[in-house]
Design a protein around this ligand. Sequence first.
Ligand code: PDD
Length: 277
Amino acid sequence: EKVLINEQLINREEASFSFDDRSMYFGDGIYEVIRIYGGFPFQMEMHMQRFQRSAEELDIPFDYDVKQSLTNSLLELLKENELNEGIIYVQLSRGSADRNHLYERHTEPLIFAFTKPMERPQQAMSEGIATYLTEDERWLRCDIKTVNLLGNVMAKRKAADHDCQEALLHRGDLMTEGSSSNLFIIKGDVVQTHPANNYILNGITRQLVLDYIEEHGKSVVFEPIQVEDMKNIDEAFITSTTSEITPIVELRGTVHHKLTVGPLTKSLQKRFDEDVV
Ligand code: PDD
């Protein structure tokens, strides 16, 4: 099995990088997770564009040429590893330098990537998952896909400790998103999700689902959902590259409520299937 390090495909056992990489000391890096269906990357260009935006926001050099050659290298990695169903993980860090909060602009960025086989989460998608509502303790630039994920990691553990598969985060009275997913709710004829601002990551799956909802002739309210309203909804689901469109059937933590897998959720899942197979 090969991995990619700075344009080179090498054997996983031989892969290494600097002790002083800034992603180790400061989480000073960004990443993407890209789905592979039937040997092909799904929505790769959107992921690469978001990757570039994250790099720009953090002032890590990543220009058009690097983006194009990285795209090609990732395709080569896919082919080399003969990955059919799974993910590519790709990370860009500011690179290696003596530990110092202040970064210099001349460090050589590090890019690495690996592939991992992964099946579609069929059971969760058909039966739904339990979620745990908990305070969003992350920073205020959740729109950047950085490897600084402690707020997400802690929330996910808390959810698992309560036998829930995902944490749903709220800042005070307002829902933001999942620990590694976006949140949608449906009440009557209204679909609601958080606006794409600094409080959430604007998911690629979220953007696709918004297109599907529009095709469906439904409109979406882009407003943060009130925590209290979570008790009075008809349907809810999360979206992400790995969980696709996964229904929520139970809320625990801040709010307790039970739900069933609803008709709109099912029809959006069906629409998503058309795009991936
Ligand atoms: N997580 N919000 C957060 C905080 C996320 O980490 C993710 C993705 C999403 C959904 O984004 P997308 O639809 O582009 O995958 C929303 C990835 C899968 C991860 O960290 O593994």
